[in-house]
Design a binder for this molecule. Structure first.
Ligand SMILES: NC(=O)c1ccc[n+]([C@@H]2O[C@H](COP(=O)([O-])OP(=O)(O)OC[C@H]3O[C@@H](n4cnc5c(N)ncnc54)[C@H](OP(=O)(O)O)[C@@H]3O)[C@@H](O)[C@H]2O)c1
Length: 282
């Protein structure tokens, strides 16, 4: 059973008008083939009459700082949105970091200020938690297994700890990174029960795939799906394909599945407010 609709419904036929006053947001990724966020963002701008456009840029990691520094001189650039593999490197290139970005040293949303400086924030964690709550999933007191310890997992771990989950287990291919992440989260959320552990989903109420497994055809599953019990919520961060092999296998086991795209659609209004200084949230 999927939680909510299968995929987020987007009217692709509507576009915001593009003219000399259009604010531009660049989404940097490498590779960029899987990118879907501009479709969601541009549909929101068209719907709300906001004169802004998001475009994907495929930027190799070794060229990030050149691309980044050039953009400082583009006056109608509202900001940069970053995804795999740029979140950590971009944080180091920002002139200032706020909130979770300052705590964790990763950014996904960077505003270009009028003087050409950059201010970074990290909305992945709050977007993930909002996405689950928007679909009626309760987090308080739940036992959560988080698979992965990279940029997305780091932000999600802190947001889950703040959402008062009962216990959080972090499992990662490189186990030392799971241990470091658990320690970091305990520092920032001392009340939370957070441990590094195995990828075994048995005994958990919510399983989150925050690895990049599922993005490429033929990827292994991030955990043993046969150990997922019926009724468990299985949530993705991978957005492409929308229904990953993990979600499809978990649904067959009677799990409640949650699409990766909900994490980004829950962040769109925050992008608008921070990058364009425009109130849109009701
Ligand atoms: N839906 C959204 O809004 C949203 C937002 C952000 C990211 N994402 C998606 O989240 C995924 C992760 O992004 P990220 O920025 O966190 O990347 P990242 O920092 O590079 O982290 C990648 C994670 O995946 C693990 N991993 C990679 N290959 C693996 C393999 N073959 N076997 C087991 N584990 C493997 C890594 O383990 P090691 O530490 O051992 O390398 C690490 O934990 C990407 O697919 C990205 O597109 C989605």
């Amino acid at each position: 059973m999927s939680i909510g609709e299968e995929t987020v419904s987007i009217d692709n036929t509507r576009h915001a008008p593009i003219n000399g006053k259009t604010k531009v947001i660049v989404l940097m990724a490498w590779p960029a083939d899987h990118i879907r966020t501009p479709t969601f963002f541009n549909a929101l701008c068209a719907e709300r009459g906001i004169n802004a456009v998001m475009v994907p840029w495929a930027v190799r990691p070794e060229h990030l700082s050149d691309a980044w520094n050039g953009l400082r001189f583009v006056d109608n650039l509202a900001g940069v949105v970053l995804t795999i593999p740029h979140k950590q490197a971009a944080a180091a290139l920002c002139d200032s970091l706020e909130d979770d970005a300052a705590r964790l040293g990763v950014v996904n949303t960077v505003r270009r200020n009028a003087d050409g400086t950059y201010t970074g924030r990290m909305y992945d964690g709050v977007g993930f938690v909002d996405g689950l709550r928007n679909q009626g999933v309760t987090l308080e007191s739940q036992r959560v297994l988080l698979l992965g310890a990279g940029g997305a997992a780091t932000a999600i771990a802190l947001a889950l700890a703040r959402a008062d989950v009962g216990a959080l287990t972090i499992a990662n291919r490189s186990p030392e990174k799971a241990q470091q992440l658990a320690q970091l989260i305990r520092q920032h959320a001392p009340h939370a029960r957070v441990e590094a552990g195995s990828t075994d989903p048995r005994g958990h109420d919510i399983v989150v795939n925050a690895t990049s497994l599922g993005l490429k055809e033929g990827d292994a599953l991030p955990c043993d799906v046969a150990r997922i019990e019926p009724g468990v919520v299985v949530a993705e961060v991978v957005m492409q394909p929308p229904v990953t092999p993990l979600l499809s296998a978990a649904a067959k086991r009677g799990a409640r599945t949650h699409l990766g795209e909900r994490m980004v659609t829950a962040q769109l209004e925050r992008f608008v407010e921070f990058l364009l200084d425009t109130e849109v949230r009701s």
